[in-house]
Unconditional design. Structure first.
Length: 239
């Protein structure tokens, strides 16, 4: 006797979660949005995806590579770092987890982003780092700060765009110009490290760093699930 076949239950294909806007603000630099997409938060600026909370490896590499590139005596004495861009907080949280950093300054021009960390959902990532006495948040435009501040640092870790070739606003392009890189050098102590995050390696930017007088120019890559790897461009201000 044959066994009757029971029709299988149709399987409904999984559908991507619809992103939910948590906050949307218009500021002096345009629109900035925080949204939740499934189990991650995303920051969108002027319609351009900047970053999310899904990984963070390249942001942590940004900080670790800068520390590793510093001279041993500077690491031992307690270096100071300026992080350009608070973002989702991975770089700040990782820096604060390393007791070798003596001072951690973060330049962030978007008041909304600062609020999301102090009072919003991103506090889960950065709350402990913000409470660290070594941490100071500078509500300022990074480019203006680099050009006008008398402060100097042992390392600059910059992550305000998708990279030198893909900026959030046109004004940011000047950061990667000869004048912008000269301003970076002014904020660095001799032997200091400039580390710049990018969504893809940029050979042209490596050339710009060398033309600006930096030495030891190199790029570290972080593989991603799809597409070209993320990159951290590193350079040394000559002593």
């Amino acid at each position: 006797m044959s066994t009757p076949v029971t029709p299988s239950t149709p399987v409904t294909p999984a559908t991507p979660a619809t992103p939910v806007v948590i906050d949307r603000r218009e500021g002096p630099y345009g629109e900035v949005v925080l949204r939740r997409n499934a189990d991650r938060y995303e920051i969108i600026a002027n319609g351009t995806f900047l970053m999310d909370t899904s990984d963070g490896r390249s942001e942590r590499l940004l900080v670790d590579a800068a520390m590793a590139a510093l001279p041993e005596q500077v690491r031992a004495s307690g270096p100071a770092v300026l992080i350009g861009g608070l973002g989702v907080g991975f770089s700040l949280a990782h820096a604060a987890a390393d007791p070798r950093w003596r001072r951690i300054a973060v330049a962030e021009r978007e008041e909304a982003v600062i609020d999301w960390h102090r009072e919003g959902p991103l506090a889960a990532i950065s709350g402990r780092a913000l409470a660290d006495e070594r941490t100071v948040i500078l509500h300022t435009d990074l480019l203006a700060y680099l050009r006008t501040s008398p402060d100097t640092y042992d390392a600059l870790c910059l992550d305000i765009d998708n990279g030198p070739d893909w900026t959030v606003t046109e004004d940011n392009e000047s950061l990667y110009s000869a004048q912008g890189l000269a301003a970076c050098a002014e904020r660095l102590r001799p032997g200091g490290i400039l580390a710049v995050w990018s969504a893809r390696p940029s050979v042209d930017f490596e050339g710009s760093l060398r033309n600006a007088g930096f030495s030891g120019v190199r790029t570290e890559e972080v593989p991603v699930a799809r597409g070209v790897p993320d990159a951290v461009h590193l350079a040394v201000r000559p002593a």
